[in-house]
Structures are given as structure tokens and as C-alpha cells.
Design a binder for this molecule. Sequence first.
Ligand code: SF4
Ligand code: SF4
Length: 242
Amino acid sequence: MAEGKTFFVDTTKCTACRGCQVACKQWNQRAGEKTYSQGSHQNPPDLSFNTWKVVRFSEVPGEKVKWYFFPDQCRHCVSPPCKEVAEGKAKGAIIQDEKTGAVIFNPKVKIKVEDFKEIREACPYNIPRISGAGIIGKCTMCIDRIKEGLLPACVKACPTGTMNFGDRKEILEKANKRLAEVKTTYKDAMLANPDDVRVIFLLVDDPKKYHKYAVAENMIGITRKMAFKRILRPLRNLQIMG
Ligand code: SF4
Ligand code: SF4
């Protein structure tokens, strides 16, 4: 399914105000984290079972110090490797909404710690987290809001136009148009894995400067491996039955 909904995250407009991060917490009623200053604007320091969106902040030294802001969240992969692995471990723990393409965890399905390890390792963006009770926590695309015709909370709260959301075709057009504009100033500008994800980031420099997992370098390899496993699974079942 390549239609549905998609986000476009134009990092050239992000001021790291963290409005999106707060709106996500508020709408989804996630508990706050006990944090302390760690010498960085980024706070809390990482995603967690209760923090589904975190604005990453990197300060990169050079001739001139540069700041890179990256509002990190689940990319709602078109063919989600996390779901593929979860199917073999705890069926129904991760589902994909047919209409929007949103990849959603099911809080009623508990996952063993060792199984979750494999699910997290399958995610090329290092996104899913788990509670002590074995429940997955990650962005839901605000599916409850979308079904009521509302924007995801992070998009609604963003005051700069960084966070955009809509029908995939229109969003891809918007992203490509903006990329062409930005390339006149930043020749290395790129869209991160636009064919594979529903949260498309516009970056203007080396992705690693933003975040270790900003781009999935081997996404094509991962989705091919998953497709291969999908073909092999019924064959293996036939062998067992035979
Ligand atoms: S980004 Fe990770 S958690 Fe989100 S859909 Fe893709 S594989 Fe799953
Ligand atoms: S609300 Fe918008 S500008 Fe503020 S941190 Fe989030 S994406 Fe950046």
C-alpha cells in the first residue's frame, strides 16, 4: 500500500522549540520523564515507553559551530520490519491501519523481553520501546485524531511549518518541491528514504550530523529480506506438515 497518509518534516524550518514533543505527550497522555540538565538542549535524552517524539539536538564543531535539529519519531514504514518480526513473536502486537498506513502497537498484546529485542533490532530507525509490563510504546500517527479529520498533535502544534501531514501523493509533491528549492543553497540536501517511509525528513547536510539513525542506509536490503522471509514462511510450514 503506497497511498494513505504521510508526514513531511522540513528540518530547515525547525527551531527546536519542542512544541511538537509537548503536544505529543499531552494528546497521548504520556507520563512526564524525570530529567536533569545534561549539557544539551535535548531533553529528555531519548525516546522511551512514555516519550514517542523527541527533538534531537546536535552541536557540531567546525570552522563555525553548527546546530542540527531533528524531531525524531516512528517513520511509519510502508513495509514495517517491526511488524514483520512481531508477527512471528506475538501476533497482532503491531498492526498497520489499511486506510492511513499508520503502524500501531496493540496495548493488549504483551511481548517477552527477548522477543522485543528482535523487534527493536529490526527497526532501522531504532524507534520502539517497551514498558516493564511488556507493552510497546511508540508514535501512533495520532490515528484517533486523523479518524476525526484532525491533524496529528505534533503537526497541529508546530508553529514554523516544519511538521506537515496529508495525503501521500500531495505530501511527496510538496517534499520534492521544497527539496528543489533548498538544493539551490544546499547542494547535499536530500529526502530521507522517501519511498520507504511515511515520515519524510528533509536534510541539508550529512544525515549522521543530525542523528545516527536519521537515514536507514540499508532499508531496501531490509525490506527485501523481509519479503524473502514472507515467501519462505509458508514453504517452511508446508515442509513441517509434510
Ligand atoms: S520506524 Fe521502526 S517502529 Fe516505526 S514502523 Fe518503521 S520499523 Fe516500525
Ligand atoms: S514544533 Fe516544529 S519547530 Fe518546534 S521543535 Fe517541533 S518540529 Fe521543530
